[in-house]
Design a protein around this ligand. Sequence first.
Ligand code: PLP
Length: 388
Amino acid sequence: MRAGRHFLQIPGPTNTPDRVLRAMHRAVIDHRGPEFAELGLSLLDDLKTVFKTRNRVVIYPASGTGAWEAALVNVLAPGDKVLMYETGQFATLWKNMAAKLGFDPVFMQGDWRTGANADAIGAQLVADSRHQIKAVCVVHNDTATGITSDIAAVRAAIDAASHPALLMVDTISSLGSIDFQTDAWGVDVVVAGSQKGLMLPPGLSFNAISDKAWAACKAGGDRRSYWDWRDMAGPNEKGFFPYTPATTLLYGLREALDMLAEEGLEAVFSRHARHANSTRLAVETWGLEILAVNAEERSNSLTAVLMPDNKGADHLRAEILDSFDMSLGTGLNKVADRVFRIGHLGDFNDLMLMGTLCGVEMGLMRAGVAHKKGGAQAAMEYLAEHIS
Ligand code: PLP
């Protein structure tokens, strides 16, 4: 027994608000009945606001990985080339999936410290004079590295190259936390998940689909069944799904969308920016290094922090979990044990952030990690001086 609430400060799943938990505490209804139809229609419509799109959004009872697969198999034919950019572990996993499915990913090497380089992407597209590349895939916010890439710049590079490739973007750890403008940025397929900015438990994922991507789906694509957008269209028009939906999670989604609307999307983004600024200030005051080197690419939903000697992050996290009952994100793949990640997204406020940063600072002391004192204090002063 540990008294008080566990601090879940991994970069997703995030803390599920009580309102969402209560909304899900209901009996399941007939998913082919009129009450469900009303729920389904309202969700499919209101999701468009969060994605900033006028086009269709589909919902899968699946984790984010499912929506990755759906994006690929609906528009790409077997063997199609797809340009992907290494921003961290999640970009790497999406690329591995594309290869496993029999597509031909061209993986542009990154250094895990900087975002997708739009100029380099543009150069690859210009060189592809036969237009063999069918899609460009970028992770907007790579959760492994805490790096946010400039999607509008990637769109501009595709347009400047006059290349017809579709633009597909993973927003799993940015949607509902960091501004994302599907239509204004000309994104053809968006991939999203329930368990981060949308404040739900894991288990739902989404694709937003442009007219161009929809046409590609109808004209081609790979063999698919469960993920087929075409099977969604008819039932979705009436608020239904082609198979049994995750009704309970959809109750939660209804509540989460209401909460985002009540706070206002732009206010949600500013709250995340303010918490990210305070966290970065704390890290800099401790004298530790943020993995993302470019200030403008530092994520507003999480901060990945490098350990002073490039090791010991797992020991630090274990110490913090043991002593203060707080979970921080682990370093993945190339940065395993070198990095710990502070999640500051979702249903989160100033005092939760202060608890988090105090927990990190106390953990640094207990684990004997060389650092300067006063990071939490600096964040506290920033928050007090910047009340929105
Ligand atoms: N993409 C990003 C950016 C993620 O952060 C994650 C999971 O954390 C995924 C994809 C995979 O999603 P899931 O684990 O829900 O399948």
